[in-house]
Ligand binder design. Structure first.
Ligand SMILES: Nc1ncnc2c1ncn2[C@@H]1O[C@H](COP(=O)(O)OP(=O)(O)O)[C@@H](O)[C@H]1O
Ligand SMILES: N[C@@H](CCOP(=O)(O)O)C(=O)O
Length: 326
């Protein structure tokens, strides 16, 4: 579960006196999530999410994340909005950690995404990319290709404990991606972790996006590659091309891809699979026993990576390429 930091009733009530959101009625730790401590707050005026940022979030990045949520909400994206205290500050301190209160979004995430969900996520991703235009703060992607070798170094010695030969496979893939990573694709603000647990639906309709704490500036189509990985594989590991087609057509209905973006899609999907394989591998090997984090299976992304290695063009993901008749 993701409540790493305990907050006493006194500390919390005291913290809330800085805001105009009414007195505290209830506070419940939220089990889901991995990175931060989250609490559902009930106050006299409604429901809110209190987040205490834990060690893996760099405090210097918080103005980017909080400013981005404001920027996107102002442009019609239904995402959490930071609540400001009476001094106009969105960022406070509670129980020794940086802390914010954000608006609560109604909706539920879907555990078994269907084709319609994938299509709607594609559309929402294109809307998000357009809404991110003009956001003035920049944040580089620390989990992009430059970040993968040092990340892998932290678990390289023990990778074969997870699967015999995994270390060699990762090294081969790192070398391939370093040589083949595209250059000069359209860039902008990407979510970078738009997995099913970060997308809410109400009565089958996409209702909101959360968890912007990996957002950064990168190739826009890399975000689409992350979503193809996260949404379009079946539990048995097979890529579902109908879901891929729905996601790609949802995305391109809002933001058409350039030829260079289409060409780059298979390599970007490989990179996205490796990125989640590496963070999961690190957590799998390094999280101490008894820690309150639910570790995610790195091999799920190894299997996805193997699929991407067989994809030679974007048609493998369901994209209709001019002249291919696909
Ligand atoms: N603004 C919000 N509205 C409603 N629920 C939220 C909101 N933010 C977070 N949650 C709940 O908290 C859980 C964890 O949030 P998340 O931001 O994914 O945490 P982490 O960054 O630690 O992974 C979500 O799965 C969701 O249930
Ligand atoms: N989506 C990542 C883990 C990050 O978890 P989140 O709860 O912050 O979305 C993965 O699946 O490896």
């Amino acid at each position: 579960m993701a409540v790493y930091t305990d907050v006493s009733d006194e500390e919390l009530s005291d913290f809330l006196t800085r805001y105009d959101i009414g007195a505290l009625v209830s506070c419940k730790g939220i089990a889901e999530g991995v990175e931060n401590s989250n609490f559902l707050l009930g106050t006299e005026t409604g429901r809110f999410i209190l987040t205490l940022y834990e060690k893996r979030v760099n405090e210097g990045d918080l103005p980017f994340f909080l400013g981005l949520m404001d920027h996107l909400a102002d442009r019609g994206i239904n995402c959490p909005q930071p609540v400001r205290d009476r001094d106009g500050e969105a960022l406070g301190r509670l129980a020794g950690r940086p802390a914010t209160i954000v608006s609560f979004l109604d909706g539920m995430w879907v555990k078994r995404p269907e084709v319609s969900h994938c299509g709607q996520v594609g559309e929402a991703l294109a809307r998000l990319h357009k809404a991110g235009e003009g956001f003035s703060i920049r944040r580089r992607n620390g989990l992009g290709p430059d970040g993968w070798p040092p990340l892998y170094a932290g678990s390289a010695d023990r990778a074969d404990e997870v699967l015999t030969g995994l270390g060699g496979e990762v090294e081969t893939e790192l070398a391939f991606l370093q040589s083949n990573w595209p250059k000069d694709l359209p860039e902008g603000v990407i979510h970078a972790d738009l997995f099913p647990d970060n997308v809410f639906f109400l009565k089958g309709q996409l209702s909101g996006l959360i968890d912007f704490y990996f957002a950064c500036n990168d190739f826009l189509v890399y975000d689409l590659a992350i979503c193809l990985n996260a949404w379009c594989f079946e539990p048995d590991g097979a890529f579902n091309i109908t879901k891929g087609r729905a996601m790609l057509s949802g995305y391109t209905s809002g933001r058409p891809l350039t030829d260079a973006e289409m060409d780059a899609l298979p390599v970007l999907c490989r990179g996205a699979a490796l990125r989640f394989l590496l963070t999961r591998l690190y957590d799998w090997l390094m999280t101490p026993p008894g820690a309150l984090v639910r570790k995610k299976d790195p091999l799920e992304y190894y299997k996805k990576l193997r699929f991407h290695r067989t994809a030679t063009t974007a048609s493998a993901y369901g994209l209709e390429l001019a002249g291919s008749g696909a």
